[in-house]
Design a protein around this ligand. Structure first.
Ligand code: UD1
Ligand code: UDP
Length: 374
């Protein structure tokens, strides 16, 4: 019987992958840790999943639950059903979940009911908007997790207000920024600039980078056309590269929306290409959670096309501006950035590339270990 620390790590959707990569790399440094990786299969397209494993050197998951797409209830309940026997078989000392997707809450709930400790990485973020499916996942996961690892001070306040004890909350920094720092030098070697005709012998052309996938922005054809209308006006000034999320692609095709020729819709790109594009963009327009943080870490101006953000430090300290979804405001803000009046920012405390090290050190110190068979 061995007294090692057995950690079962969960990924499901694209943004989980840059968060888990540095944690697994760190766990591998410690002989007393046995790390298991489970993929729920929430995202399954090559460009939303496999490419990240290859580019970031994430080991293949030991188990893939292959839940695929579905309504919130069916996806969440399938994960709950399929993870339970996996947890029973492996009996980890702790389950590590990241972010705020359906896989995060489903696995946390199954683990907590089996009496297995849960560590939530990126805890405490709140948009205070319950119409956002992720907000429900965040609140519920944080209510049942045992170890709450947070990226910014506001998250501590939110968790304490919700009744969580201060001694289970740890400000550790941002694992997504660990990945950014680790992979930026490799990403700079990407040929995506040349492939898209943005880069020639003289350097990079000025361009904007866009992502959109929040249901509140893309599920209604009227809202989506209004947003893309604003982007058309930006594309009249500079080319805008738009790697289109599959949810959004479906809505654009269904609505038959036409767009400016300089708004260049492409398939979602791998992590290294996207990081390269972000680091060279004149501005980024997005409704993504993670991209608000990555642009702040890179010092690239970001316009967030939402009415709220769960990541307020990117506004108070970073380069992020919450512009909302009014087309006139988006166009005015984009023109400001292109005229050199983008918001300056600084990097939030502890976003230094060492968050995963802090998390693993805390887990090694605090998680009680069962006796595991060899
Ligand atoms: C999910 C997360 C969201 C996260 C986003 C990251 C939830 C509730 N939502 O949203 O928080 O920001 O991932 O990208 O967990 N599809 C494919 N291929 C895939 C996956 C999905 O074509 O590999 C299509 C399917 O038609 C599916 C739709 O995209 O119905 C939406 O996928 P889903 O995982 O339900 O939600 P996302 O919008 O991707
Ligand atoms: N990303 C990527 N390729 C793309 C779009 C995004 O590699 O075409 C990366 C991005 O750099 C970040 C993560 O995907 O690391 C963010 O995921 P997403 O925006 O889908 O989810 P959210 O953060 O909103 O939950």
């Amino acid at each position: 019987m061995e007294n090692f620390l057995k950690i079962l790590n969960i990924v499901g959707a694209r943004p989980n992958l840059p968060k888990i990569a540095p944690l697994l790399r760190e766990m591998r440094q410690h002989l007393e840790i046995t790390a298991i990786l489970v993929h729920t299969g929430q995202h399954y397209d090559e460009n939303l999943s496999d490419i990240f494993f290859r580019q970031m050197g994430i080991p293949a998951p030991q188990v893939n639950l292959e839940v695929g797409s579905g309504s919130h209830a069916s996806q969440t309940s399938e994960i709950l059903k399929r993870i339970e026997p996996v947890l029973d078989e492996h009996r980890p000392d702790v389950v590590v979940v990241v972010g705020d997707v359906n896989s995060t809450i489903a696995v946390s709930l199954a683990a907590a009911k089996l009496g297995i400790r849960v560590a939530h990485v990126e805890a405490g973020l709140r948009s205070f908007d319950r119409a956002m499916p992720e907000e429900i996942n965040r609140v519920l996961t944080d209510a049942i997790a045992d170890y709450l690892f947070v990226t910014e001070e506001d998250a501590i306040t939110n968790l304490v207000k919700e009744g969580r004890a201060r001694d289970c909350i740890f400000l550790v920094g941002n694992v997504m920024i660990d990945s950014l720092r680790h992979f930026l030098p490799v990403a700079q070697q990407s040929s995506i600039g040349t492939e898209l005709g943005l880069k020639n012998g003289l350097g990079w052309e000025r361009f904007g980078l866009l992502t959109l996938h929040r249901p509140s922005n893309v599920d209604s054809p009227e809202k989506l056309s209004s947003l893309l209308g604003a982007i058309d006006a930006v594309a009249a000034e500079v080319p805008v590269i738009f790697p289109v999320h599959p949810r959004t692609q479906q809505r654009i095709s269904q609505a038959g929306i036409r767009h400016h020729p300089q708004l260049r819709m492409i398939s979602p790109v791998g992590y290294l290409d996207f990081l390269c594009l972000m680091s060279k963009a004149a501005l980024v327009l997005t409704d993504s959670g993670g991209i608000q943080e990555e642009t702040t870490a890179l010092g690239i101006p970001c316009l967030t096309l939402r009415e709220n953000t769960e990541r307020p430090v990117t506004i108070s300290e970073g380069t992020n501006l919450l512009v909302g979804t009014d087309p006139a405001k988006i166009v005015a803000a984009a023109k400001d950035v292109l005229a050199g009046r983008g918001k300056a920012g600084r990097i939030p405390p502890l976003w230094d590339g060492h968050a995963a090290g802090r998390i693993v050190e805390i887990l090694l110190r605090l998680v009680p270990r069962k006796k595991h068979p060899n």
